[in-house]
Design a protein around this ligand. Structure first.
Ligand SMILES: [Zn+2]
Length: 264
């Protein structure tokens, strides 16, 4: 039987869509058997995806839900459009079962909209998280200084998670020094990811999270294949090695970080 370990960032509705109910049932069975020892954070990406995700997964005690808007082309059409969508997101964000806001942030790799529009959408959601006192889950790609400039002022008040961390050690220290949590995905295991491993080795255990970002980022040796939370163990093994920490201790610490962040 597979092991259920805390996964701070997964897209269960995509896993279900791509891998089917049988794969989903395996996740449910494995995580349910762990009682409250392992959790999965199911992440929102669009202003209106929360009710469907809540209907699908909200009844499982091991699933925790966020609501957020990824910086996609459709959401970034105009300032008015951004404001309307964030307004709609507020309805779901207030739901008692929505424990965090995101994923949201800056993606200058895909560069939808403009930098200005991306920042507007990002800050509006960070403000929402602050107002509601919920954690903020941040996506950042090729936009380190700009992301840092935004998260600085929030991480002093609410938990801020830099998800699928993909920069180097120096950037990692920048986020840590302003109080962020750092979450590493399966790319931590990739051959060319020495900078990520160097960064991970610098993250204090009380700021460390691990995730699959499933169905993406499958850890080696299954890189390129669709992932599910059941693939996370290889990520824990690499991180345990980097932190010179036994895996049982790491599992316990990551679970407790997750619970602290979400007030569980
Ligand atoms: Zn994601």
């Amino acid at each position: 039987m597979e092991t259920a370990l805390t996964d701070s960032h997964a897209h269960l509705s995509y896993v279900l869509e791509q891998q089917g109910q049988v794969a989903m049932d395996a996740i449910i069975k494995t995580y349910s058997a762990q009682g409250s020892e392992a959790f999965i954070m199911d992440i929102g990406v669009d202003y209106d995806d929360f009710p469907n995700r809540k209907a699908l997964f909200g009844a499982f005690p091991f699933v925790k839900l966020s609501a957020g808007i990824w910086p996609d082309q459709d959401s970034l059409q105009s300032q008015k459009h951004i404001e309307e969508r964030v307004n709609e997101l507020k309805n779901w964000a207030k739901d008692a079962s929505c424990l965090a806001i995101g994923e949201c942030g800056l993606d200058y790799h895909w560069m939808n909209g403009s930098q200005k529009a991306q920042e507007l959408l990002f800050r509006a959601q960070a403000d929402l998280a602050l107002k509601l006192g919920k954690a903020l889950i941040v996506h950042s790609r090729d936009a380190h200084p700009e992301t840092l400039a935004v998260v600085k002022s929030y991480a002093v008040s609410i938990p801020v998670i830099i998800h699928c961390f993909s920069y180097n050690e120096e950037a990692c220290l920048d986020y840590l020094s302003c109080g962020c949590y750092i979450s590493f995905a399966g790319n931590l295991t990739y051959k060319n990811a020495a900078p990520l491993r160097a960064a991970c080795s610098k993250v204090p255990l009380n700021r460390l999270l691990l995730e699959t970002d499933s169905p993406y980022m499958n850890p080696e040796p299954l890189r390129g294949k669709p992932s599910s939370p059941l693939d996370i163990k290889r990520n824990y093994e690499i991180a345990a090695g980097l932190k010179a920490c036994n895996i049982e201790k790491l599992v316990y610490i990551v679970k407790n970080n997750f619970k602290d962040i979400l007030n569980l």
